[in-house]
Design a protein around this ligand. Structure first.
Ligand code: ADP
Length: 485
């Protein structure tokens, strides 16, 4: 039996039972590094979703009444399970998603950090006593879990995206129905195995796979489910948000981005190159906080482009994530390859100059070379669309004001980055950028202790940090009157 066998589940997890779809239908899961099928998962729909919501609603009655200490200890037991099985979970993740094994392990353990952070936060969900305007009344504010939470997650971080949501949900006393991407369901189903091992009560965590629109609409319509937390495209996020609004459900939306990465003339160029490599090419460019548009001030443009080209060629190596030399896993599927190719062709046809990469790599799987194009301009598709792949376009700018205007010229507002050594500029530009996350002289800024969330079309709500709890809590005001005082 291989290391991953106990976690490789081809059934959905409802009320601590492992089940097939009612129809018996399944969905195949493909390894993007080889194009081979690695397994299949149930193709569930509305009926199974309703049953999972029922199980979560039943479990909520007792789970919400547990002490924070109790929930915290169970969450820490879950963390122990993750830590003990991190190698197996990483291998499973690499098989279904493609990222290098060490990054997969980093993701698994990163997810565990979110769970641990929220296990600690569970004890700090404070309320308030408000000084009363009436002598004979006392005013109390408490925070209560919203109830059953539906979580819909994408394929680019199949494990940690779930952990972020699960951490806040379990800490506050909510129960969950999780629907992972059909492209990467196994890392999600593994949470069922881990939850069972950790002793989390039946129905608190349910994981089901299948027909996304059918599952999503049941989540939006079913009155027993009170909140939807979604990470994915802006298109699907808007659809879910409008359907959830019709039923007055709470929502958290972590949607697409179009991150600008600005390098000012006074920056440390080597640091900026290092940051651009991390921010642009991490996960082969498949993160919603990946730099999408690189803006470089005129005086250092050529030097920066040359150094970035050298760094890309020296450091980045596409290949199967199981190979320890690999830094760039495959793109998730053929659609992703098509999008990168189209953005590249569009850029070159509008005057872009290809300085490295530019082609599909390898004979099998869906690999694309890390690619850099100079002479970018605002008419190119990358200026307004998220590429979600390893393509860096370098735009030239002259002034600080111009950089800010260009950076903000998008409907998205998730992450942005800029490099400068000038303290005044650091504050000025940070305040002027209309984004939820700002990296100043840093290309990777995500951590469980800080909030993560976008503005504009990038969504609403925050994950991680103390702010991440708010989306899972209702505020209750109780007025104790008739006190005879
Ligand atoms: P991506 O382009 O990153 O795959 P999507 O928004 O399409 O982004 O997918 C993110 C998640 O949303 C996945 O779990 C997917 O199955 C799910 N999804 C896609 N369409 C719908 C829908 N109509 N209703 C609910 N979930 C959906």
């Amino acid at each position: 039996m291989s290391l991953i066998t106990p976690f490789f589940k081809d059934a959905v997890f409802i009320n601590n039972e492992w089940l097939a779809a009612d129809s018996g239908e399944t969905i195949d899961v493909i390894n993007p590094a080889t194009g081979e099928k690695i397994g299949s998962v149930p193709n569930c729909g509305q009926a199974e979703t309703a049953r999972a919501i029922d199980a979560a609603a039943e479990a909520f009655k007792s789970w919400k009444a547990t002490t924070a200490d109790h929930r915290s200890n169970l969450m820490l037991a879950l963390c122990d399970q993750i830590a003990e099985n991190a190698d197996a979970l990483a291998e499973l993740l690499t098989l279904e998603m493609g990222k290098p094994l060490n990054e997969a392990k980093g993701e698994v353990l990163g997810g565990m950090k979110y769970l641990k952070f929220f296990a600690e936060e569970a004890r700090r969900i404070y309320g308030d006593l408000i000084p009363s305007p009436w002598g004979d009344r006392r005013l109390m504010v408490t925070k209560e879990p919203v109830g059953v939470v539906g979580a819909i997650t994408p394929w680019n971080f199949p494990s940690s995206m779930i952990a972020r949501k699960m951490g806040a949900a379990l800490a506050t006393g909510c129960t969950m129905v999780i629907k992972p991407s059909e492209l990467t369901p196994f890392s999600a189903l593994a949470y069922g195995v881990l939850a069972e091992k950790a002793g989390i009560p039946a129905g608190v965590i349910n994981v089901l796979t299948g027909d996304a629109p059918a599952i999503g609409s049941e989540m939006c319509d079913n009155p027993k489910l009170r909140k939807i937390t979604f990470t994915g495209s802006t298109r699907v996020g808007k659809l879910l948000a409008s359907n959830a609004a019709a039923n007055m459900k709470k929502i958290s939306m972590e949607l697409g981005g179009n991150a600008p990465f600005i390098v000012f003339e006074d920056a440390d160029i080597d640091k900026a190159v290092e940051g651009a490599i991390a921010s642009k090419f991490r996960n082969s460019g498949q993160t919603c906080v990946c730099a999408n548009r690189v803006y470089v001030q005129a005086g250092i443009y050529d030097a920066f482009a040359a150094k970035l080209k050298d760094a890309v060629e020296a450091q980045l190596k596409p290949g199967n994530g199981m190979d320890p030399d690999t830094t760039q896993g495959p793109l998730i599927d053929e659609r992703a390859i098509t999008k990168v190719s189209e953005h590249l062709e569009d850029a070159v046809s509008k005057g872009g100059k290809l300085i490295t990469g530019g082609s599909r790599a390898g004979n099998v799987g869906t690999f694309f070379e890390p690619t850099v194009v100079t002479n970018a301009n605002s008419s190119m598709r990358v200026a307004t669309e998220e590429t979600f792949g390893p393509l860096a376009l370098l735009f030239k700018f002259d002034s600080e004001a111009e950089a800010i205007e260009l950076a903000n010229a998008t409907e998205y507002g998730l992450a942005c980055y800029f490099y400068t050594k000038d303290l005044g500029r650091a504050f000025r530009v940070s305040e002027a950028l209309e984004y939820g996350l700002v990296g100043i002289n840093e290309g990777v800024i995500t951590t469980e202790v800080a909030p993560f969330g976008g503005v504009k079309d990038s969504g609403m709500g925050n994950e991680g940090s103390k702010y991440g709890l708010d989306d899972y809590l209702n505020v209750k005001y109780s007025c104790f009157g008739g006190l005879g005082m």
